[in-house]
Each structure stands twice: as structure tokens, then as C-alpha cells.
Design a binder for this molecule. Structure first.
Ligand code: ATP
Length: 205
């Protein structure tokens, strides 16, 4: 009998900063998707984020702190070091070349899944990786929950994540307003933000 294929998860994000929603999703993905490895990718210059991101090394350092306790995690910094915009499909192609026999699973929140069809070479993304999508709760005052019901059945694998209402945007805004964030990010990330005086200016419109 042939050995089971290794299952490698890919979880990318700006992680500006990483928060408890990201960490919970990473932990649950490793367990539910039975991953052998979970690669965490802080993104480089993400083409779809209107805002300028914090410097790559800061986001890498915070990601190291945030995901340190998650089993099977590998922090993968290649997108931060890549010149030009970051495209998920390029990273997936590299992973495929490095691990030709592995099963690749792309882990994304439902808000990202909604826009997946606009990503570069989205059909290739779906061929290269099993899409694994977690529901994402939104604050009551915000937009309705992401709608992924238009994705064809069998097209993706759901991740059952209890709703965690938190976003990096909210954390940046709270820091700028002098409000506590200790309930929203891992303690080491809260300390790092304070020590490096991050996010102290109000977000630009
Ligand atoms: P921002 O508020 O700056 O847009 P964010 O909180 O959405 O940031 P990202 O780094 O853009 O964080 O997200 C990385 C990935 O994690 C995306 O796939 C996103 O859908 C998912 N994600 C982020 N927060 C949550 C959450 N609370 N629950 C489920 N998925 C989440």
C-alpha cells in the first residue's frame, strides 16, 4: 500500500497585526484538515489591500510570536521577500514544485473566498490546492456575513470555526484610540505592538 500523501496547508495574510481569529483558524485548520504542515505566509505587497502595510519584518516578527504555539506550523517568509506584488498562485506553484506529491490546502476566510474569482489565475489556484474556507463573523454594525453560497458544491472544504469577531483593522483603530487590545491578540503580540509603538497614528481614510 502506498504511503498517504502529505497534507500541506497554506495560510496567508497581511497579519498586520496577527490576532486571535488568525490563531484560532490556524489551530483548527491543522486539526480538522489533518495537516502535516501548516505554512503561514505573511504577504508581501498585497495587490488587493488599498492601505500600505506595515513593514514586512515587523509583520513576520509578530507572526512568529502569534503562531509559535500552533502545532506543525512553519513560518514561510518568501512572499515578504518577493519583489513586486504578491500573488497566491505563484506561491502555490512554488510549493507544488517543492513537494510534487503533497496535497496542498489553501486556507482562507469566507470574506477572501468571496473575491477569489478576481485573484490572478484563480482557476489554477483551484486546480493546485483544495480550497478550505472558514466562516468569518462580522461585527453587527458591519456588512452582512460573507456569502459563499455561489461557489459550486464540492468546490471547497468548509472549516468549522466558531465565530470570532475580530479584525486587524479593529486592532489598529483601537491602538490609535488608546484602547486595550489584550483580549484580541496573543499576549506576546500585544507586548510587541506596545514596545515598537505600532499603529499609534489614526488609520488614514
Ligand atoms: P484587515 O482588517 O487589515 O483587512 P484581517 O483581519 O482581515 O485584516 P488578514 O491578515 O487580511 O486579516 O487575514 C488573513 C486571512 O485570515 C484571510 O483569509 C481572512 O479571511 C482570515 N481571517 C482574518 N480574521 C478572521 C476571523 N476573525 N475569522 C475567520 N477568518 C479570519
Amino acid at each position: 500500500m502506498s504511503a498517504p500523501r502529505r497534507r500541506i496547508g497554506m495560510f496567508g495574510g497581511a497579519f498586520d497585526p496577527p490576532h486571535n481569529g488568525h490563531v484560532a483558524l490556524a489551530r483548527i485548520a491543522v486539526e480538522q484538515l489533518r495537516l502535516d504542515e501548516l505554512h503561514i505566509f505573511p504577504t508581501g505587497h498585497a495587490w488587493h489591500k488599498a492601505r500600505a502595510l506595515s513593514d514586512g519584518p515587523l509583520r513576520v516578527a509578530m507572526s512568529e510570536l502569534a503562531f509559535a504555539g500552533v502545532p506543525r506550523v512553519v513560518l514561510d517568509t518568501r512572499e515578504v521577500h518577493r519583489a513586486g506584488p504578491t500573488y497566491t498562485v505563484d506561491t502555490l506553484r512554488e510549493l507544488r514544485q517543492q513537494s510534487p506529491d503533497a496535497q496542498l490546502l489553501l486556507i482562507i476566510g469566507a470574506d477572501q473566498a468571496e473575491t477569489l474569482h478576481t485573484w490572478k489565475d484563480s482557476a489554477d489556484i483551484a486546480r493546485l490546492a483544495i480550497l478550505s474556507i472558514a466562516a468569518r463573523a462580522r461585527p453587527v454594525s458591519d456588512a452582512p456575513p460573507a456569502d459563499i453560497s455561489n461557489l459550486p458544491p464540492g468546490f471547497y472544504q468548509p472549516i468549522n470555526l466558531p465565530p470570532i469577531v475580530v479584525s486587524s483593522t479593529e486592532i489598529r483603530a483601537r491602538v490609535a484610540a488608546g484602547l486595550p487590545i489584550e483580549h484580541l491578540v496573543p499576549p506576546a503580540v500585544a507586548r510587541y505592538i506596545a514596545e515598537h509603538h505600532l499603529y499609534q497614528l489614526p488609520p488614514s481614510p
